[in-house]
Design a protein around this ligand. Structure first.
Ligand SMILES: Cc1cc2nc3c(=O)[nH]c(=O)nc-3n(C[C@H](O)[C@H](O)[C@H](O)COP(=O)(O)OP(=O)(O)OC[C@H]3O[C@@H](n4cnc5c(N)ncnc54)[C@H](O)[C@@H]3O)c2cc1C
Length: 84
């Protein structure tokens, strides 16, 4: 099957990686001419990170990441609204 994925964000590229090698012709198109490293930290929660097992990238992710040991949500006044 020929599959066109519009958007080379994390969703598009992950889908392309999952479809890779499954007898599909996959084309990803991306409107941005250049990816820019903005230096953000990105938190991958278990529901999101486990998808990396599909394309065989989970062990690389574990090696390159740091566990999130504490997560605190505060309101605009600094009062804690939730914590893990
Ligand atoms: C500052 C910031 C911090 C964040 N931190 C986190 C975090 O810590 N953890 C987390 O899980 N999420 C985080 N997010 C959210 C996360 O970035 C998004 O949920 C995620 O990027 C969505 O992925 P996506 O592939 O669906 O969309 P996008 O990343 O938006 O990718 C869509 C892509 O499609 C391209 N596109 C759009 N229209 C077209 C078109 N017509 N033709 C071709 N290409 C097109 C766009 O250029 C883009 O590259 C953060 C977001 C921001 C802004």
């Amino acid at each position: 099957m020929r599959i066109l994925i519009v958007g080379g964000g994390i969703a598009g590229l992950t889908l392309a990686a999952l479809l890779n090698g499954r007898d599909h012709e996959v084309l990803v198109v991306e409107k941005t001419k250049q990816y820019i490293d903005r230096g953000y930290v990105i938190a991958l929660w278990p529901a999101g990170s486990r998808i990396l097992k599909g394309p065989g990238l989970y062990s690389k992710f574990e090696l390159a990441s740091q566990p999130l040991r504490k997560y605190v949500v505060k309101d605009r006044n600094g009062a804690i609204r939730g914590a893990i």
